[in-house]
Design a protein around this ligand. Structure first.
Ligand SMILES: [Zn+2]
Ligand SMILES: [Zn+2]
Length: 247
């Protein structure tokens, strides 16, 4: 999708931040005025939502908003893996064995490596810790999010996890300039390597994967650059998902 698909709109009465809208938004039509301040809306060119904006953005809520406006699908699998990402990157100090089990179970469940029974066991084990930990604490709710029943929370409310801006880049690449993944890049070597990186958590092998992709004829700077970047990769990484045909 071309980067001109979204613009930032501002009017006189809006708080400092402009709102992201699609270029076909009715507010962009001639004579369209803000119902509150009665002024015409203006396009905020300093805040143009495009690839460069996405690469530098630190406002995760705005990124989620951009994904929705661009029509980029955000699957339940990706969201579950988002909770696992938060656990791995922000709560990696937590040594509660039930928490560690829940994160690993969440990742395995997301990809169908374990079934509903094992997911539920990990969920109940972690729930069983509630007498010992403050249920409002961040790692606890993030851990529960990893192994939540499909379609939401079965019992009680589990607090939402704030997904960081870096996760959006890790999980979706650049939605303003999505890579059309060439099936020829999915060689046996690349697929085997990607599968092994995911299941053994050997994300330090991502540069080796980029070599395999280049051997397969991939010269896309976004793919190769992502594999070679030092950012933390995780299950649900957009390049790994593209190779393994997951969404
Ligand atoms: Zn206004
Ligand atoms: Zn990645």
């Amino acid at each position: 999708m071309p980067s001109a698909d979204l613009v930032a709109l501002r009017c006189k009465c809006q708080p400092p931040k402009s709102v992201l809208v699609r270029t076909d938004d009715p507010r962009l039509r001639a004579n369209s005025r803000c119902p509150s301040c009665r002024k015409y809306y203006a396009i905020d060119s300093d805040d143009a939502p495009d690839s460069a904006w996405w690469a530098a953005c630190t406002d995760a809520a705005r990124m989620a908003n951009a994904l929705a406006l661009l029509g980029t699908a955000v699957s339940a699998r990706k969201l579950r893996l988002g909770a696992c990402y938060v656990c791995r990157t922000e709560f990696d100090w937590c040594r509660n064995p039930r928490f560690l089990d829940a994160v690993a179970a969440g990742e395995a469940f997301a990809d169908g490596e374990i079934g509903e029974r094992e997911r539920d066991a990990a969920y109940r084990w972690l729930l069983g810790q509630s007498a010992r930990v403050d249920p409002a604490c961040d790692w606890y709710s993030a851990g529960l999010r990893c192994v939540l029943p499909e379609g939401g929370s079965a019992r009680g409310r589990v607090r939402a996890v704030e997904l960081p801006a870096d996760w959006f880049r890790e999980a979706f690449g650049d939605p303003f300039s999505p890579v059309k993944f060439n099936p020829e890049w999915r060689t046996d070597t690349a697929v085997m390597l990607a599968r092994s990186i995911v299941t053994r958590r050997t994300f330090d092998l991502m540069p080796v994967l980029s070599d395999a992709l280049m051997d397969a004829g991939c010269e896309d700077g976004r793919v190769i650059g992502h594999c070679r970047s030092s950012r933390p990769h995780a299950r649900g990484c957009w390049v790994l998902d593209a190779i393994l045909e997951k969404a």
